[in-house]
Design a protein around this ligand. Structure first.
Ligand SMILES: [Zn+2]
Length: 189
């Protein structure tokens, strides 16, 4: 049976506190929330051109989406797969792509999408990482009832990663890579 995909662009309005806009990491005037929203919209748009209906947990910076509600929003929209998009920030030298998952059933999805994003962006592979349900509020989205993972696309605190993440060509490449992989491995409706 074909699956319905949810893409969750991390952060945004009401993410952690009501009525407060959470930009996520900020580096050189670029915010994580803006970058991942642009990637989410690109995936939805490319999906549409391919006849695939992608659900986004937020489609604009004005949409209120508490982090604790996002997995429910996806379930209510009838989604079977949940992919959260984020960017890292750390020292200027830290760089690369990494993907988090919570349960063993999610490891396959995490591995497939980590590879897909790496093929599109050609960043350093920081690997697929298991995170238990503890200190990380952003990982509460992984409570989704079905395969779920959280991709840290790259580091916006690293000049090379940031500049490449901002390119339209990168958004299109990532969108196609994610959709290609999911269509092949899960089927998408
Ligand atoms: Zn984040």
């Amino acid at each position: 049976m074909k699956k319905k995909l949810c893409i969750d662009p991390g952060h945004g309005l009401g993410n952690r506190s009501k009525e407060v806009y959470d930009p996520g990491a900020i580096s050189a005037g670029v915010s994580e929330a803006d970058i991942v929203l642009a990637y989410g919209l690109a995936i939805k748009w490319i999906g549409k051109s391919r006849g695939i209906d992608v659900f986004l947990t937020r489609e604009s910076e004005n949409e209120v989406t508490p982090v604790g509600r996002r997995d429910n929003l996806a379930s209510e929209a009838g989604c079977d797969l949940f992919v959260s998009l984020h960017c890292n920030a750390a020292s200027p030298s830290a760089n690369g792509t990494e993907t988090f998952y919570r349960d063993d059933e999610d490891k396959k999805l995490a591995k497939l999408l980590n590879s897909a994003v790496l093929a599109a962006l050609q960043f350093r592979d920081r690997g697929v990482k298991h995170e238990s349900k503890t200190q990380h509020p952003r990982l509460s989205v992984l409570d989704f009832d079905g395969p779920a993972c959280l991709i840290e696309l790259g580091f916006i605190s690293n000049t090379n990663n940031r500049e490449k993440l901002l390119l339209r060509s990168s958004r299109l490449a990532v969108a196609h890579a994610i959709l290609d992989t999911l269509e092949k491995e899960y089927g998408l409706q």
